[in-house]
Design a protein around this ligand. Structure first.
Ligand SMILES: Nc1ncnc2c1ncn2[C@@H]1O[C@H](COP(=O)(O)OP(=O)(O)O)[C@@H](O)[C@H]1O
Ligand SMILES: [Mg+2]
Length: 275
């Protein structure tokens, strides 16, 4: 780590040693100008995510959830306001994030291992280190034995595990997930939720997860940011008062889980009436 980075991290951590802010959005507005009309996607969005925290984002379709993740990744610049990663303003595409989308987007002609290693090739990571890390992730996500399989030989859940391994290969301090389990059946989704909770605890990665599932948001998160319809803004941040390690069935039966889900449902109902 460079001296500049160290200084930035220290200042982000604050004098009392509070956890550093991994992701910060400050009065962010995003407008899109198309030939037909101008659209304000996000308006006055402010959100701080602490290092190691898991924050879910829920909101009606088209409220700017994907746009928000693109801002954090530096793939899009805000019209006004500021986006920071580890206390540093985001000025362009960031190499220190991992991104998982709804579709695994694997290369059909590459094996599981070589799909994961694509990340290393793009980042010119040393080969030996990348292979070791890939093996570690393959084991962590239960893909052992499928290293040489091709995407068409895998179930949807397994394909998303490969996408997750690829996103985690370079040990990104921040993982962005955009409806990663939306295309999976309910049972596979539950299983992926359980695994993601374990992987989050094992890696200590900060996670920002966009999801349409209220129970998924609550099961996985420390906090859920609920957004309004477009122009999207964070209307309320719902705290999830549950321990980090969560058994699935037991968690769903807890009062804290029910409190958080019903509050989010209330807020989303007010926002759209459909989602
Ligand atoms: N590149 C773009 N050009 C024009 N409009 C866009 C662009 N990206 C997103 N939008 C618009 O911004 C709004 C928010 O989009 P998005 O972030 O994809 O919403 P969500 O992920 O919450 O469904 C939508 O109205 C969408 O049509
Ligand atoms: Mg989206």
């Amino acid at each position: 780590m460079s001296t500049v980075e160290k200084t930035l991290r220290a200042s982000a951590a604050g004098a009392e040693g509070r956890p550093a802010t991994a992701v910060g959005l400050d009065g962010v507005e995003v407008g899109f100008r198309t030939r037909k009309k101008d659209v304000t996607a996000l308006r006055d969005v402010s959100l701080d995510v602490a290092a190691g925290e898991f924050v879910a984002i829920a909101g009606p379709s088209g409220c700017g959830k994907s746009t928000l993740l693109k801002l954090v990744a530096g793939l899009l610049a805000p019209t006004s306001g500021e986006v920071r990663l580890h206390g540093e303003a985001v000025r362009g595409p960031r190499p220190d994030i991992g991104y998982v989308f709804q579709r695994a987007a694997l290369l059909e002609w590459r094996s599981v291992r070589r799909n994961i290693l694509l990340q290393a090739e793009m980042r010119r990571m040393p080969g030996e280190e990348a292979r070791r890390r890939a093996d570690e992730l393959i084991e962590m996500t239960g893909l052992t034995g499928f290293e040489d399989a091709y995407p068409h030989e895998l179930s949807g859940g397994m394909q998303q595990r490969v996408a997750l391994c690829r996103a985690l290969l370079h040990k990104p301090p921040v993982l962005l997930m955009d409806e990663p389990f939306g295309a999976l059946d309910a049972l596979t989704r539950e299983q992926m939720n359980l695994e993601l909770n374990r992987i989050w605890r094992e890696t200590g990665t900060t996670v920002l997860l966009v999801t349409h599932s209220i129970s998924e948001a609550v099961y996985l998160s420390n906090r859920v940011a609920v957004m309004s319809a477009r122009p999207g803004t964070v209307t309320e941040i719902v705290d999830v008062d549950l321990p980090a390690e969560r058994d699935y069935a037991e968690t769903l039966g807890r009062q804290e889980f029910r409190d958080a889900t019903s509050r989010i449902r209330e807020l989303l109902g007010a926002a759209s009436g459909e989602d």
